[in-house]
Design a protein around this ligand. Structure first.
Ligand code: MLT
Length: 308
């Protein structure tokens, strides 16, 4: 078997493949020319940077499996892979804690203006008077998407004394009850939330769900956090709402175009921007790497498909 690890993965991830004495494993630094390396590859592992499109797959006639170390598979043309008989797998859940923790961190940072406090201190200013914040306690947190990440966010937010409401057409009333989440319609979610956090995948139904019309139905001053996918938000509409004060603050980790080079959000004081780091913790990267390596190995050896 020949495996290409097209992006940086942890040593433990590499070790899973290396435990197969007859397998050839090439890491990203050993692959200067990815299309050429794919010519006789059986497995390919990527994170989010490598675009696996039909054009690239045309160079990989022997490829049987693509493993995405992470959740979102939007950098992989799954239809093209399927047409070519290639299985695409991901690692749902393995970075859920990392994403949930950043979400809570951003909520606190928004309410307490931590970035501004830090920036003004570094500029030699003591801005105590302008830095009064608000507490999470007693506020309503709306969670759009109650999968693994949404539920981890709910568990943590509860310990801050927040009331949790959520919308997810696929979640059962029992799961919601168990997690003390009041299930509501998407309209109610937008109308009632003081903080709104997005944890849904990007689909035709969710693309642009935060737009001028939906923002107009939200509580004035709502704070919005997005650690899911940039395309869930119509960025220009959110930027306008942040300027008018309809949205009081936003913390965004994901964007339509990444890396973000130019943006309507640049310079807005009520926006916190981070470079798609929600899943980037040592623990999560280790977990997604090992999990995808085990899945890919199992598929190539035994034909067992997991998380496809
Ligand atoms: C994911 O889809 O797993 C997260 O967005 C993190 C990443 O892109 O790796």
């Amino acid at each position: 078997m020949k495996i290409i690890l097209a992006e940086k993965v942890s040593p433990a991830t590499l070790a899973v493949f290396k435990s197969e004495p007859d397998w050839q494993v090439l890491t990203h630094d050993q692959v200067p020319d990815l299309p050429a390396a794919l010519a006789n590859a059986d497995g390919l592992v990527v994170r989010s940077a490598v675009q696996v499109d039909d054009k690239l797959l045309a160079f990989a006639p022997r490829l049987r499996v693509i493993g995405r170390a992470g959740v979102g598979v939007d950098n992989i043309d799954a239809d093209a892979a399927t047409r070519r008989g290639i299985v695409v797998m991901n690692t749902p859940g393995a970075n859920a804690i990392a994403v949930a923790e950043l979400t809570l961190g951003l909520m606190i940072a928004l309410g307490r203006q931590i970035p501004k406090a830090n920036a003004t201190m570094h500029a030699g200013k003591w801005e105590k008077k302008s830095l009064q914040g608000v507490e999470l306690r007693g506020k309503t947190l709306g969670i759009l998407g109650l999968g693994r990440i949404g539920l981890e966010v709910a568990r943590r937010a509860r310990s801050f004394g927040m009331e949790i409401i959520g919308h997810d057409p696929f979640v059962s009333a029992a799961i919601a009850r168990e997690n003390q989440i009041r299930l509501v319609s998407v309209e109610e979610l937008f109308r009632e939330s003081d903080y709104l956090t997005l944890h849904v995948g990007l689909t035709p139904q969710t693309a642009g769900i935060i737009n001028e019309a939906s923002i107009a139905t939200m509580k004035k001053g709502i704070r919005i956090i997005n650690c899911a996918r940039g395309e869930l938000i119509v960025e220009e509409a959110l930027a306008e709402a942040l300027k008018s004060g309809q949205v009081g603050g936003a913390a965004l980790d994901v964007f339509h175009k990444e890396p973000l080079k130019d943006s309507a959000f640049f310079g807005l004081e009520n926006v916190i921007l981070t470079p798609h780091i929600a899943g980037s913790t040592a623990e999560a990267q280790e977990a997604v790497g090992i999990q995808i390596a085990l899945q890919v190995r199992e598929y190539l050896k035994l034909g067992v498909v997991q998380n496809a």
